[in-house]
Design a protein around this ligand. Sequence first.
Ligand SMILES: NC(=O)c1ccc[n+]([C@@H]2O[C@H](COP(=O)([O-])OP(=O)(O)OC[C@H]3O[C@@H](n4cnc5c(N)ncnc54)[C@H](OP(=O)(O)O)[C@@H]3O)[C@@H](O)[C@H]2O)c1
Length: 322
Amino acid sequence: MKEWKIAVVGATGLVGQTILSIMEERNFPVSLLIPLASERSAGTNVLFRERKIPVEPVSDEALAKADIAFFAAGGAVSKAYAEKASQSGVICIDNSSEFRMEKEVPLLVPEVNASAWQGEDLIANPNCSTIQCMLPLAALKPFGIRRIAFATYQSVSGSGLGGLQDLEAGTNKTYTLQIQNNVLPQIDVLLDNGYTKEEMKMVNETRKILDLPDTPISATAVRVPVKYGHSIVVQAELEQPFAKEAIQDALASFPGIKVMQDPDYPTPRMAEGSDTVYVGRIRKDIGLDNGVTFWVVADNVRKGAATNAVQIGEMIVEAKDD
Ligand SMILES: NC(=O)c1ccc[n+]([C@@H]2O[C@H](COP(=O)([O-])OP(=O)(O)OC[C@H]3O[C@@H](n4cnc5c(N)ncnc54)[C@H](OP(=O)(O)O)[C@@H]3O)[C@@H](O)[C@H]2O)c1
């Protein structure tokens, strides 16, 4: 198998660090690691395969040395560097929301829509909450999906290291209100339609990934004082009456999902450190015709970001090795 020169932009951050761990765990074929971050990280090192590797400030020149670059440093950094790098032949896998809704940029969850990648050099990794809901909804797609509603309970690690610091210290540097002993029904900025940007990401990204351009979808995104793991209530209206067992079977046989049966259910503490998407509390919705409601939990930093990005990398490496 060919070995690849890999840049990680944001290598000192939560997602960047996790990308490094996951590449180690999954034995990603790395011949050279190029860890990049801001000027603030000059003089620091990252640890990769038991070697200390110096972090460099991100630049076009540093990126040009890579075959594949994982971007995990926020939208502004992706905007400044990713498109340009991809145009000069570096395959860029971007964790920010900067390019997700661009028509020519595939937005990938490998278990769900790998075929949306047609060899493009710029690929977007979806929003963390979106990723974990795509697996169960893709499993239900053969039943016909008429409408979807999401309610999220998102951990503070979704805001990076700053979110974890606010929860631990009781500060509100990352959030406008204190998150300790609190629940905040706002993630990202409020938009003119009364939804937040995070909620509209879930709506629009779901439509793109599942190829459901006209399906009515609503979302409410809430930050909770949990360190790792997002929990999401998904309510879906299906086209036809269904047997609950058929839904359970479809979910249980989908790759990447583990179904938990009543009276057991998944929690974020349970999902922390895992790459599995856990589904529980599956029930026929008594308030909706042909409605099904369930609870989806996953580690947002792993499957919701780093693992999904590395899986995209694996898909590309495999295709290019053929
Ligand atoms: N956390 C999640 O669950 C999650 C899930 C999905 C997607 N994402 C996305 O992943 C990205 C990273 O998030 P995170 O949670 O890892 O954040 P984080 O812990 O705050 O880390 C941010 C990283 O970006 C680097 N960075 C910041 N400004 C930079 C600049 N001007 N130039 C170069 N590097 C810069 C930082 O480097 P320094 O250490 O040098 O400051 C650090 O390595 C974001 O786009 C986020 O939306 C996060």
